[in-house]
Write a protein that binds this ligand. Sequence first.
Ligand SMILES: Nc1ncnc2c1ncn2[C@@H]1O[C@H](COP(=O)(O)OP(=O)(O)OP(=O)(O)O)[C@@H](O)[C@H]1O
Length: 611
Amino acid sequence: MTSTKLQTYRENGGVSLTWKDLSVKEVKEKEKGRAILKGITGYALPGELLAIMGPSGSGKSTLLDALAGRLNSNTRQAGEILINGRKETLAFGTSAYVTQDDALMTTLTVREAITYSAMLQLPDAMPASEKKRRAETTIREMGLQDCIDTRIGGSWSAAKGLSGGQKRRVSICIEILMRPKLLFLDEPTSGLDSAASYHVMKRIAHLARPEGMTVIASIHQPAAEFFASAGFPCPPQRNPSDHYLRTVNKDFDEQDSTTAAEENIEILVKSYQSSEISQQTEQQVAGICQLGRASRRRTVQKGSQASFVTQCSVLTRRSFVNMYRDLGYYWLRFAIYLGLCFCVGTVFYDVGHDFGSIQARGSMLLFVAAFLTFMTIGGFPSFVEDMKIFGRERLNGHYEVGSFVLSHALSSIPYLIIVSLIPGAVAYLLVGLQRTPQHFAFFTTLLFLCMLLVESLMMIVASIVPNYLMGIMTGAGIQGLMILSAGFFRLPHDLPNWFWKYPMYHVAFHKYANQGFYKNEFVGLEFPRTNNAGTTIDGEEILRYVWEMETGYSKWVDLGVLTGMVVVYRAVFWGVLKFGEKIKPILRGGGSAKRATTVDVDACSDGENAV
Ligand SMILES: Nc1ncnc2c1ncn2[C@@H]1O[C@H](COP(=O)(O)OP(=O)(O)OP(=O)(O)O)[C@@H](O)[C@H]1O
């Protein structure tokens, strides 16, 4: 590409990416880490599509990750990656990365997924009708018009939904909605037949040219003459891509001594290093950098994105629809709660007001405060799916962390109200707890708050331990610890001071849940002192002397503490996500100042996405 043309692209916000002597190696604590990439130099220009080809495990994804600033924290990179010859920050919407795994909301149709994404990413200044049109055009561009109203589907949904190749195309659609200046595609054609691969790549190439887009894609399709010049011509009857990949695929060396790929690679590397292509590449990189240094102003323009309010509103709607359609999110839990509350109602049926009912009431309320809220961990697999989607969208800077945290809480509220109100009413009425609307309202509000709180706790766990089994075990362990120290199984005065009383008893939300439920039920009632005695004991005395509860403050204080805890837990969830984003690039960078392409998603909060 001539320097005048490059200058024109650059003036229109085009991005030239150069990398020089780029190496990536695995970092291990005790042993020496393995090299994944060694001294790579290259460039990608606006209006062009750069294809990276290689057999499985050759480092294509690692190269893309390094260029996009998304290397795993157990790797270290060296070398220089520059944007338009400089270390520069890219504004929001100017870069996007379609990774190999399609983290999509399986309950949405293709149209819904892409339209919600358009609403989330495109600026408020663009009318909604225009955003919808952009979504529909993009769907057509990727050849998805025939399955536009098909639900994406996946492992957690009953319906099969889209094929692997169609899902790939949905992922691409979502990332090209903003027409980013720099687009990374990791195997965009995997799962596609050759005709579909051809059409998808052709459409991406068509987008690249007029939009001045720089596209870097890893593919399994053939490159050209270089192999023949290095002494590995493709035999006439063999598929060229198969031939190239077979020549350099080391994985089967031991089984098949005739291939000797290791030697082939060495020959190819040496041949490349002394080739004209290598020299031209070095010259191009130097030329691009020189041009960049000559320009004083920031070359990549800042984009605009939907406002915080729009993000919250769209995310809440999308999450609400997902929760409604995903049976495992709330409906299954609702059915189990209903069944369990019916069981509680029959076990403690019409508990009455005799001496024995004191213990029965206590046990029933503890079951509600501990076990019914504990079961909220059943939603964990859905939370993990949500976190995967959040991870992808957030890395591409689609929205702010705050919008996600807030919208997730808002969308769950209606379902949690249903789940706490209806099953709660069944248990409450069958057992025959205090029959005033105020007492019932307090009971269900407390149950609702506890569920909201456990959901927040499980979202924190999902953001730290994104693995179903380990996450459920961690969540169950934390709650088990809290239940044990909440002052029921061991009364508060008997709890060992160290750890169990300070701090566990005071920080466990079960303490306040138990107190709230007990105060709501016992205050205002009287019971016989023993089975036969005529004297009575009032509810407050029971709370103070039997359950050893803190009666110096009312049940409303317990409710207030729980509300505060919900806010704190959500704030912690937000903090964990933000901290994770800050710490990852530091771990990855290992202090190296040579990375220009770190995706600093934090910058999205002010509308910037740094690459
Ligand atoms: N974070 C990491 N830690 C350790 N090894 C890694 C890491 N990332 C990649 N590797 C190793 O580097 C090699 C290249 O992996 P990479 O995923 O880049 O290959 P690829 O060419 O994209 O393969 P595929 O086509 O199968 O996706 C593999 O052997 C992989 O195990």
